[in-house]
Design a protein around this ligand. Structure first.
Ligand SMILES: Cc1cc2nc3c(=O)[nH]c(=O)nc-3n(C[C@H](O)[C@H](O)[C@H](O)COP(=O)(O)OP(=O)(O)OC[C@H]3O[C@@H](n4cnc5c(N)ncnc54)[C@H](O)[C@@H]3O)c2cc1C
Length: 551
């Protein structure tokens, strides 16, 4: 086989199924006699099928830019397909027959059942499909090309969306010869807009993440013919955990998120206090693995979908999504977490170089320039440490006089040891300076002391978050800060059994993770709550009428 992924183990990318595994898969698919040159699925098609080669040869070929590129070739016992079989994204390339023979075609809805119910198939298929996605991301080929200046905030939003959703992309400057070549074909002006080119064929001018999601087929990922047992709102650590436990325990489960999988944890470059990862794991990787695990157990994940209202309609809940879609479910877990706070100083929302996350993506914007981090919690400490490895200096600005109240000791010790981290305690950011809409410096004001101008191209604001519960007002009870009240914080139901610790004031609606009043704001506790709440969901469902899920 030829491969554009020399860095990856070919045997792992293109394994041969045993006869026993093929026999098991036959229960979920249909055999099909192939002819030379036949296209089994083509790029852009929604819901491509898994193709298992029984005889002959089949390949996946990218024909999007005239320079045809064979991505994968398979002979007898091998299979074609990628993670989009499970996520509902469009096919990135064509699946074509090179040498006639026979294949087994397993439609994506049947594949999900095979993976969820036959562990020996789940193991090999999920491992291979996710490894192929990793390889595609690594090659960052022609799937998605972002074209615009590195300072573009709107393109950064699209990059964050695709990066957090693990969709392969590359980012080119408008004067890059490849970008000029791509835009030349569509006669688009590279400097008038920022552009997103989908599979080298569709050019989107100044697109939002939602428009990109639509072009990738993500918007139609959920076809709901019967109500789900469980709708999880929010795909941060708490929501993904609830999805894994709900789906693995037999509940038909749908997860919706208005941005991407990972939530706040997805904005962290390295989480070091999560059990089982002694050297740390990036929030993005953790979320990706959790999503695969949820998909493996049969959960459906759809992004970006913003929940705008929740109401009860007899025995069902209706979750209203932005742009008019509604999901129906028998129970709901609210896991919408919290959204970063802004400083509220002039220019913050307009000037590029102001960030609320610190991952490789944001760090790339700053190169080795000096940067400034604001905040006194673990998120700020981690960001400062991460950036200190890439940037010439990091000023950590905190309005309190010490870090002990909000930051773990291990981080404080590392920050103090670091040669290029400057601690600015008892200080605030008073002003931003910029030119050409790009951040050039900030004014750091010492309480009752002098102000200092610091040159920087990156300001990382990590000053905590507010609950994402605007969409729930009037549906469940909230505390005075807007977090969802649960369990013992609510009055006992008259004469009824005590509530679950995660039950809200609306029976059948539960809340977990950072969005819950009184929760511990940590990845591990969010994951723990997401797993435990599923027992309460089972207890609630046992008391409500049964609907049979056919999705
Ligand atoms: C930069 C950073 C670093 C961190 N580092 C650590 C660490 O090292 N260790 C640690 O333990 N904790 C860390 N934390 C805290 C940890 O990430 C959070 O406690 C955890 O992510 C909370 O998980 P959650 O699922 O409850 O909520 P979130 O992670 O906030 O996820 C909620 C999700 O719901 C979505 N959502 C919100 N509203 C809607 C809506 N209306 N419709 C649909 N979807 C919606 C959001 O887009 C989001 O994806 C860090 C936080 C940040 C910001």
């Amino acid at each position: 086989m030829t491969t554009p992924f020399p860095e990856f183990d070919l045997a792992a990318l293109d394994p041969v199924l045993s006869e026993e595994q093929i026999a098991l898969l036959r229960r979920f698919g249909e055999p099909h006699a192939t002819t030379n040159g036949e296209v089994i699925w083509s790029a852009g098609e929604r819901h491509p099928s898994l193709v298992v080669v029984l005889s002959g040869r089949v390949c996946v070929v990218d024909r999007s830019d005239g320079d045809d590129r064979i991505i994968l070739e398979a002979g007898a016992g091998q299979f074609l397909g990628e993670l989009n079989l499970l996520t509902g994204q469009i096919a990135w390339a064509n699946c074509e027959v090179q040498e006639s023979g026979e294949v087994l075609i397993v439609p994506s809805n049947r594949l999900r059942i095979a993976i969820a119910t036959v562990p020996v198939l789940g193991d090999i298929l999920v491992t291979t499909l996710s490894l192929r996605r990793k390889a595609l991301r690594f090659a960052a080929g022609n799937t998605l090309t972002l074209i615009g200046p590195p300072t573009s905030q709107s393109l950064l939003r699209v990059a964050e969306f695709v990066d957090r959703n693990r969709i392969p992309f590359r980012w080119l400057a408008p004067d890059d010869p490849v970008a000029l070549g791509l835009l030349g074909r569509t006669e688009a002006n590279p400097y008038a807009h920022v552009w997103v080119i989908v599979r080298n064929q569709q050019a989107l001018a100044d697109p939002t993440p939602l428009r990109v999601a639509k072009a990738l087929g993500l918007d139609l990922a959920i076809d709901q013919t019967t109500p789900a047992d469980l709708i999880v709102v929010g795909a941060g650590p708490a929501g993904l955990s609830a999805a894994v436990y709900g789906a693995s325990e037999g509940l038909s489960t749908i997860v919706v998120d208005n941005v991407a999988i990972g939530g706040q944890a997805g904005a962290s470059s390295r989480i070091e206090n999560y059990l089982g990862f002694p050297t740390g794991i990036s929030g993005g990787d953790l979320a990706f693995l959790a999503e695969i695990q949820a998909l493996k157990f049969g959960a459906r994940v759809t992004v970006p979908n913003n929940a705008v209202a929740l109401r009860r309609n007899e025995d069902l809940f209706e979750l209203e999504l932005e742009y008019g879609k509604t999901l129906r479910g028998r129970s709901v877990i609210v896991a919408t977490g919290a959204r970063y706070r802004t400083l509220g100083i002039p220019g913050e929302g307009r000037i590029s170089g102001v960030f609320y996350a610190a991952t490789e993506l944001e760090a790339r914007f700053c190169g080795s320039d000096p940067v400034v981090v604001v905040g006194g919690g673990n998120a700020a400490g981690q960001a400062a440490m991460f950036l200190s490895e890439r940037c010439s200096s990091v000023h950590l600005v905190h309005r309190g006089d010490d870090l002990e109240a909000g930051m773990s000791q291990y981080l404080i010790a590392r920050l103090k040891k670091s040669h290029n981290v400057v601690l600015k305690l008892g200080c605030t950011i008073e002003a931003l300076e910029g030119s050409d809409q790009r951040l050039r410096g900030v004014t750091i004001q010492e309480a009752d002391g002098p102000a200092e101008q610091v040159s920087t191209t990156g300001l990382f604001i990590m000053i905590g978050a507010e609950p994402c519960t605007g969409w729930l007002r009037g549906t469940v009870e909230l505390d005075d800060k807007g977090f969802v009240l649960t369990g013992p914080d609510l009055p006992s139901p008259p004469g009824g059994r005590p509530r679950s610790g995660f039950a809200t004031s609306e029976p059948g609606v539960f809340a977990v993770g950072d969005v819950r009043s009184g929760s511990v704001k940590r990845v591990a506790s969010a994951v723990g709550e997401g797993s435990v709440v599923v027992q309460a969901v089972h207890r609630f469902l046992a008391t409500t009428p049964i609907t049979i899920s056919r999705d």
